[in-house]
Design a protein around this ligand. Structure first.
Ligand code: F1P
Length: 525
């Protein structure tokens, strides 16, 4: 981290010729965007040139909706990187993939490794290199693990860097949006801020200053969870709303608005939620986001994100069962916050706030920025707890597994098979066949279906089911009860709560299978 922070310092000292790029897929890309937005805001303060940029697989729309297919495309990743770096002499590239698995990022790192005269590649992930993904990638001669090993070889000459602390399992298996996302933020923020302090405030980058940033995050953690009673009450409230088919709305200001949008949009792929179960809104909409592609509201209702939009479209039909959660800090326009709260209060009293305060108001800009970043982290932890807890209460999680995941790329396809194996104890082949039956909505798989590449199965266009959720639960019931597709669907229809459907199927199946111990199936990226 010290070496990488020193590169950041170098880039900041030579802004005309340099670029720092943070890139990732899904949550990793969203965190990249958030970090870049905050960092550029900070660099803007003393009138310095903005030299930080982000790439997210699938483009800006992936910030609000999941676009997993582009994650599988290494060539696309390399092309996008090449394009934004045109004309730059020094590029510090940070490729983020929590599971050390995303082909999109592997393609970018490979591109950097071929142009080490310009690029210093950094890989950030949370698996040991020997556990990086070794599955073949689309139209590609190498896999992720190859690239990670080449990175390690270059690290010996300080031409590339691998940052891969092992964090342990996520609370909900299969989603890196919680621990992985937070650790990404803490690590990269520490690096960027240490580099910034060295370039503009005459400090040296040392292991001590890096660990000071990390310790500061630990304090944020302690402060946040010292409010566990209030958090538990919010989880309970949000869980009740979702169970009543009502909604949770996050109304955020500035980057806390981005944290809210991110948390809300991730509930769709993580829990099979509807996009309007939990929704985020930000003051001034896309103007506040400052994303590269600008206003995307023409893309559909998922992209309607301004407070004004909330007032125009949601507020008139807001009910007492909906949870309203305001996210702001003392730096926001508190008159604006109060005015909106008054409007909301006329319709519901189910109104809550996560508000961040300062002890002292007279502080230099740099400290204020780091306050903002700590508030973001705290908000992320609160919202992750609320949305996850609410979905657990709604029955969307079975034994800490997100069993209703969408099977929209090769990683998620493998994960789905892995989950089926773990719960049924059946062979990989049997589980894959059941999954394909659920994906293609048929009991009779054709030769074409079984022999197709994984990316054919995960491409919504070529399959019948189009990933309208319940794919994995359907496959699970088919295997466990030895039944047809129609019978499995009927079983699920009879149990609107997925966890109940799966539990009922396990308790009624004659030959009870027990969940295999964690180490008896392939490690999951
Ligand atoms: C990227 C990612 C996750 C998402 C899902 C699909 O993962 O988009 O953010 O939750 O698991 O993959 P990674 O490359 O950071 O491991």
């Amino acid at each position: 981290m010290v070496d990488v922070a020193k590169r950041v310092e170098m880039m900041l000292r030579d802004p005309e010729e340099s670029l720092i790029v943070l890139s990732g897929c899904g949550t990793s890309g969203r965190i990249a965007f958030l970090l870049v937005t905050s960092f550029n805001e900070m660099v803007k303060a003393p009138k310095q040139k903005q030299i930080c940029s982000y790439i997210i697989a699938g483009g800006d729309r992936a910030m609000l909706t999941s676009q997993e297919a582009p994650e599988d495309d290494p060539a696309l990743g390399a092309r996008m990187l090449d394009k934004i770096c045109a004309g730059k002499k020094h590029v510090l590239f940070v490729g983020i993939s929590c599971g050390m698995s995303a082909p999109f990022v592997a393609g970018q790192l490979d591109f950097c490794l071929k142009h080490l005269d310009v690029f210093t590649p950094v890989l950030l992930g949370f698996n040991p290199v020997h556990m990086a993904r070794s599955e073949p990638m689309q139209d590609c001669s190498f896999h992720f693990k190859d690239v990670a090993e080449r990175m390690i070889a270059e690290q010996r000459h300080k031409k590339a860097f691998v940052l891969n602390p092992v964090l342990g399992a996520e609370a909900i298996s299969g989603s890196s949006r919680m621990k992985g996302g937070s650790a990404t933020k803490i690590i990269l923020e520490s690096i960027l801020l240490a580099g910034h302090e060295a370039a503009f405030r005459g400090k040296r980058v040392t292991p001590e200053c890096i660990s000071a940033w990390i310790t500061a995050s630990e304090m944020v953690y302690e402060t946040t969870y010292s409010h566990s009673d209030e958090l538990a009450a919010l989880i309970h409230q949000a869980g009740e709303s979702l169970q009543m088919k009502a909604h949770v709305y996050y109304i955020g200001w500035q980057t806390l608005g981005i944290i809210g949008l991110t948390d809300a949009s991730e509930c769709v792929p993580t829990f099979g939620a509807d996009f309007d179960d939990i929704r985020g809104f930000i003051n001034n909409g896309f103007r506040e986001m400052k994303n590269k592609e600008g206003d995307l509201s023409f893309l559909g209702p998922e992209f309607v994100i301004g407070h004004k939009d909330f007032v125009d479209t949601i507020l008139p039909s807001l009910s007492q069962n909906d949870v309203m959660l305001f996210l702001f800090t003392v730096n926001d326009d508190l008159h604006e916050v109060t005015a909106l709260a008054d409007q909301v209060r006329r319709r519901t009293s189910n109104l809550h706030a996560i508000a961040h305060d300062l002890e002292k108001f007279t502080i230099p800009v740099i400290v204020m920025v780091s306050h903002l970043q700590r508030w973001e982290l705290s908000t992320k932890w609160c919202l992750n707890a609320i949305s996850t807890g609410a979905h657990v209460l709604k029955g969307k999680v079975y034994m800490n597994y997100m069993i209703d995941l969408r099977v929209t790329n090769s990683k998620l396809y493998r994960r789905a098979i892995n989950i089926l194996q773990r719960f049924t104890g059946c062979s990989k082949g049997e589980c894959e066949r059941a999954l394909l039956r659920a994906i293609y909505s048929t009991d009779d798989l054709s030769e074409d279906m079984t022999s197709a590449d994984v990316w054919k199965h995960t491409d919504g266009e070529s399959t019948v089911n189009k990933f309208k959720f319940l794919v994995v639960p359907t496959a699970l019931v088919m295997i466990q009860c030895g039944c047809t597709l129609a019978e499995a669907r009927h079983h699920l229809d009879c149990h609107p709560v997925i966890r109940d459907a799966v539990s009922a199927c396990f308790s009624s199946s004659k030959t009870k299978n027990f969940i295999k111990p964690l180490d008896s199936v392939e490690a999951e990226p």
